[in-house]
Ligand binder design. Structure first.
Ligand SMILES: Cc1ncc(COP(=O)(O)O)c(C=O)c1O
Length: 365
């Protein structure tokens, strides 16, 4: 089976984990600090706070941003539900924005429409392509959901440095992995202090070595074991990104002829550099994605749907704005098909995926 995703882990990671285990220092030590410095240098920000998942990163960021309960945060209607869950669980009101299905990112006109009525925006760099948010942070508070976007850039600026904070995930389907893990990037020193506090029960060390608790917090720490894996993964980051670009270029070349049968390939705006966390095509209009997934599976290719259309999910269907037409989101939800981007995918495997997809389209028309 050609797998959808396969993280690249090797001897370096094995040794690094063994070293941490032998050291006996498992939590909040030198490995977390080193991992955070490597991330900060790569993203081009002053501070990175590592944490236990991308979801924890979103929750920490919204808590640190000190939105007032009930304030309104714009989120794309097409995303992984962690984005909207973080908003709701922070006591904030999500305002759904439609997407442009050719990029799977925020629809700039729809964003403009809601902007006067929101207190912040949580753009998602969907599948690792930066959202079109140039200049947005001068107009409102922007907390980036950059879960898939480590290494992506927009107009020469790295994802995670485009808003007041950026939230990353290191889940195995992301660009680098620590198993589970996440991080928040920011240039703001006060926010960084607050994030560190909230990550660790709200606990601060006094000058005399005693502890004090100035506000309630969580245990959202990343362990030294996970951070040690992350350090090795950062060594691999350039290579991992290059490999994903090679895979995306390989698909572009092989799938271009299928455009005449109605297949639509992902569009990358000129000023954006994506990570290709996922390579997501849209199947011809009126065809069913599950039948494509089944056909590909029979041909030995693992494929899946894209993100989630939030307005169609029972958890969110009653929220304000969910009855509004979301044509871009509906198009993506009905037609998006994610193809394998497993690291090291060979040319033969790319050929096999393209052939299987061609076969699936022929069978569907
Ligand atoms: C856009 C987006 N945001 C947030 C998350 C949550 O990250 P994690 O799984 O590390 O909690 C994901 C994970 O799939 C994601 O794709």
């Amino acid at each position: 089976m050609i797998r959808l995703a396969k993280p690249l882990l090797g001897e370096a990671e094995e040794q690094a984990v063994a070293e941490v285990l032998r050291s006996g220092w498992l939590v909040q030590g030198p490995k977390v600090a080193e991992f955070e410095s490597l991330l900060a240098a790569s993203i081009g920000v002053n501070h990175v706070i590592a944490c236990s998942s991308g979801t924890a990163a979103l929750q920490l960021a919204l808590a640190a941003a000190e939105f007032e309960p009930g304030q309104r945060i714009a989120v794309p209607a097409y995303t992984f539900p962690a984005t909207i869950n973080a908003v709701l669980l922070a006591g904030l009101v999500p305002v759904l924005i439609d997407i442009d299905p050719s990029t799977f990112n925020l629809d700039a006109d729809d964003l403009e429409r809601v902007l006067p009525d929101v207190d912040g925006v949580m753009p998602v760099h969907q599948f690792g392509l930066p959202s079109p948010i140039e200049g947005l942070s001068e107009r409102t508070r922007v907390v980036e959901d950059a879960a898939c976007a480590l290494g992506a850039s927009l107009g020469g600026r790295q994802a995670g440095g485009l808003g007041v904070m950026g939230c990353f995930s290191f889940h195995p389907r992301k660009i680098i992995t620590t198993g589970e893990g996440g991080a928040i990037s920011t240039d703001d020193a006060a926010l960084a202090d607050k994030l560190r506090l909230l990550r660790n029960h709200g606990m601060a060390r006094n000058d005399d070595g005693t502890r004090s608790f100035s506000e309630p917090g969580w245990n959202f720490r990343l362990s030294e074991i996970h951070a040690a894996i992350g350090i090795c993964q950062m060594d691999r980051l350039d290579g991992l990104l290059q490999d994903r670009t090679r895979i995306a270029d390989g698909y572009e070349e092989r799938l271009a002829p299928l455009r005449q049968l109605g297949l639509e390939l992902p569009r990358v705006p000129q000023d954006a550099v994506p990570t290709w966390q996922s390579y997501v095509v849209r199947v011809p209009r009126g065809r069913s994605v599950p039948s494509f997934i089944a056909h590909l599976c029979e041909a030995g290719v693992e494929a899946t749907t894209g993100a989630t259309a939030l307005h169609r999910e029972p958890a969110y269907a009653d929220l304000e704005g969910c009855q509004r037409p979301m044509p871009g989101t509906d198009d993506a939800a009905d037609r998006a098909l994610a193809l394998p981007v497993a690291s090291g995918l060979s040319d033969d495997e790319l050929d096999a995926v393209a052939d299987a997809l061609g076969g699936a389209i022929q069978a569907a028309i």
